[in-house]
Design a protein around this ligand. Structure first.
Ligand code: SAH
Ligand code: F3S
Length: 481
């Protein structure tokens, strides 16, 4: 018996060696937030060392991975539909293995294996370094699960393989997890506690991107303003840090300044800011550095103080206005965008009107708007009834979206007649003869290509607009080029 196992193991390791040499094919699909797309680049890097090359063709893949999102029920349904498609492909290619990564993997754990027979492997967001072992497990015919959340893991030492890259802009993750515990949100459960990445490893990654021709980075975190490096470990354990660690700690404004000064021509963006954690020094650092883009994604979720409290958002409507006023005073042309939830439990018509009037005050450039979706395990699910009827949620959401459309158009109109610096990212979706890029405020700009190239900084005179796009013509290179 023992001998047979030995032979089997030997046979398998031989197959594994051959697989490494043969360059197996990895197909990876990502859903949800930017962090998931960034994580997939880390996963691709870890698996590249195991001999996996990425492919765009699922049909030829040995390993198919789906990086999943749990934020709303609809996001999970989308993934389940994709698994059905994978099933159809597996019938043609029976040796194909399927792994589920990300937030759904963390939420459902080994239940996934029972619920979706096609799944061979379940890997949570902090367990990607275990992939070589997990892949070996499934190679040997067993299912594999690792959903352990970590106090330390930031993948700071993994150089991401840039997937679907335009070679111009890249994500750089700086924090993982979230400690905020908004009552509607599943993220603290699926991504664990907040921890920050070593600033030196962030600078190394940014320098490497610049050397490879990248011109824009987005620093990523669930709550970037909460970034705090004091030598590693969880944010909530900062109290236990030594005096020395505290004296040399780096916060978010410190990190922003470091990155901006290290690569003064690299455009720097960041996402997401939580109002309760955004401090004045971040806004001042943005104002001081030309290469930090004048755009803040500042989700508020609701304009009603009562609802904000029920959501455990730790600021009031008035404090949010104060923050908006500070941003506008320090950076007058700063673009601001929102996330909004319609129909949180107990939301009344009056609460909804408060949301609309808050929007009227800010006049956001852009927004991501959602109907409330109850998530298992969250405080709202455990303590509150999802009592706003579906059609009421839908109607309120439509009102929010329509108002946002109006404000977006108002904002884009303010750019007409101005000449703005645009970083060229690629061909316009609507016309092969036009480039598409963004200005510092993150608004999409399209203009005739002429002899300009991808990755160049160009001054564009804005002539027309829609609610989402500025249309103009290039008047020459910007001084940044
Ligand atoms: N800080 C995060 C927020 C993640 S969730 C970030 O980096 O973007 C993104 C948005 O999804 C939230 O701001 C919120 O508007 C929305 N959202 C989260 N949970 C939700 C739920 N249960 N129902 C509806 N929308 C939700
Ligand atoms: Fe979710 Fe609130 Fe954090 S929305 S990701 S718990 S800031």
């Amino acid at each position: 018996m023992e001998k047979i196992i030995d032979e089997k193991q030997q046979g398998n390791s031989l197959v594994l060696e051959q697989n490494k040499a043969n360059n197996r094919k990895l197909y990876i699909e990502s859903y949800g937030c930017q962090m998931n797309f960034s994580d997939s680049e880390i996963v691709a890097s870890i698996l590249a060392k195991e001999g996996f090359n990425t492919t765009q063709q699922m049909e030829e893949a040995d390993l198919v991975l789906v990086n999943t999102c749990s934020i709303r029920d609809k996001a999970e349904q989308t993934v389940r539909k994709r698994l059905e498609k994978f099933n159809a492909v597996k019938r043609i290619n029976p040796k194909m293995k399927v792994g589920v990564l990300g937030c759904m993997a963390e939420r459902l754990k080994s239940k996934f294996l029972e619920e979706e027979k096609i799944v061979d492997m379940v890997v949570g967001p902090d367990a990607y370094k275990d992939l070589p072992n997990l892949v070996q497990e499934i190679d040997e015919g067993r299912n594999a699960v690792n959903v352990i959340l970590s106090k330390e893991e930031t993948y700071g030492d993994v150089a991401p393989v840039r997937l679907n890259s335009n070679g111009v802009s890249a994500f750089v993750s700086i924090t993982r997890g979230c400690d905020n515990m908004c009552t509607f949100c599943v993220v603290p459960f699926t991504r664990g506690r907040e921890r920050s990445r070593d600033p030196q490893s962030i600078l190394d990654e940014v320098n490497d991107l610049w050397d490879r021709g990248f011109k824009e980075i987005t620093l990523l975190g669930q709550n970037v303003d909460s970034y705090l490096w004091y030598g590693g470990g969880l944010k909530k354990d900062y109290d236990k840090a030594t005096d020395m660690q505290k004296a040399t700690a780096v916060n978010f404004s410190g990190l922003l300044a470091l990155v901006a000064e290290t690569q003064p021509k690299m455009r720097i963006r960041f996402s997401t800011s939580n109002p309760q954690d955004m401090t004045l020094d971040v806004i001042e650092t943005m104002a001081k550095h030309n290469n930090i883009c004048k755009y803040i994604h500042l989700p508020v979720q609701s304009g009603s103080n009562r609802i904000l409290k029920e959501m455990n958002r730790l600021h009031t409507r008035e404090e949010y206005f104060e923050l908006i006023d500070n941003i506008r005073n320090i950076i007058p042309d700063c673009a601001i965008s929102q996330d909004m939830i319609a129909g949180f439990p107990t939301e009344t018509e009056e609460d909804h009107q408060d949301t609309l009037s808050l929007m009227e005050y800010v006049k956001y450039d852009f927004g991501f708007m959602f109907a409330y979706s109850e998530r298992p395990g969250t405080l709202a699910e455990r303590k509150m009834e999802d009592d706003v009827p579906g059609e009421v949620k839908k109607r309120r959401l439509t009102e929010i979206i329509n108002l946002q459309q109006k404000h977006a158009l108002y904002r884009t109109q303010q750019h007409i007649g101005k000449t703005e610096e645009v970083l060229i990212e690629g061909t316009s979706k609507k016309s092969n003869a036009h480039w598409m890029g963004r200005n510092t405020q993150n608004t999409v700009v399209v203009f005739p290509k002429e002899s300009y190239k991808i990755g160049e900084f160009v001054n564009v005179k804005i002539n027309e607009c829609t609610a989402a796009t500025l249309i103009g013509e290039a008047v020459g290179y910007s001084e940044n080029n």
